[in-house]
Design a binder for this molecule. Structure first.
Ligand SMILES: [Zn+2]
Ligand SMILES: [Zn+2]
Length: 158
C-alpha cells in the first residue's frame, strides 16, 4: 500500500510542478493588468471576498469586545440567604424587625431585639382593604394562613 500511496503523492507533486509555471505566468499576467488598471484588484473575486471577510472579522471582533464591556464575565454568586420580616407577639411590644437567614430558615419564634423575649414570629403583609399592607403574624385555620385582624386569606399551609 505505501508504494501506491507514494506514487499518488509523487503524481500530485509532478502535477503541481507542471502546473506551477502556468499559474505563475497567469499571476504575472494579472499583475501586469493590475499595473495598467489598478481597479482590477477590486474586480478580482478572491481579493474582494478576502476584504469582505476581513471587514466581517473586524466587525465581529468589535461586537464581541463591546459586549464584554457591557456584560462583565463576572457573575455575582446566587444569594444563599433571604430577609424575613418578624413581628414580636409579646403584649405591648409588637416590634417589627427584619432578620437575614438561610432560605429554608424556619426556627421561629426568634428573640425580639426590643423586649428580648423569644416571641418574634414570621410576619407577612396583609393586603386587604382593612389592613392595607400591614405586617401581621398569620394564624393557621383549616390548612390556610389567615390574617388575625381581618381574617383575610394569606396562603396555604404546606
Ligand atoms: Zn418584643
Ligand atoms: Zn388583615
Amino acid at each position: 500500500m505505501p508504494v501506491e500511496k507514494d506514487s499518488k503523492i509523487a503524481k500530485w507533486i509532478a502535477a503541481i510542478r507542471e502546473g506551477l509555471p502556468a499559474l505563475r505566468a497567469h499571476f504575472d499576467e494579472w499583475k501586469d493588468a493590475v499595473r495598467e488598471e489598478p481597479t482590477l484588484i477590486w474586480a478580482t473575486p478572491a481579493i474582494r471576498y478576502t476584504a469582505y471577510g476581513l471587514v466581517g472579522l473586524i466587525v465581529v471582533g468589535v461586537l464581541v469586545w463591546s459586549a464584554g464591556l457591557f456584560h462583565p464575565a463576572e457573575v455575582a454568586p446566587p444569594a444563599e440567604t433571604a430577609n424575613f420580616h418578624v413581628l414580636c407577639t409579646a403584649p405591648g411590644c409588637a416590634h417589627h424587625f427584619v432578620i437575614n437567614r438561610e432560605f429554608d430558615f424556619d426556627d421561629f419564634p426568634v428573640i425580639c431585639p426590643q423586649c428580648e423575649q423569644k416571641t418574634g414570629q414570621r410576619a407577612v403583609r396583609c393586603l386587604s382593604k382593612t389592613c392595607n399592607g400591614c405586617w401581621v403574624v398569620p394564624t393557621k385555620r383549616d390548612h390556610q394562613y389567615r390574617c388575625p385582624f381581618c381574617g383575610g386569606y394569606l396562603g396555604k399551609v404546606d
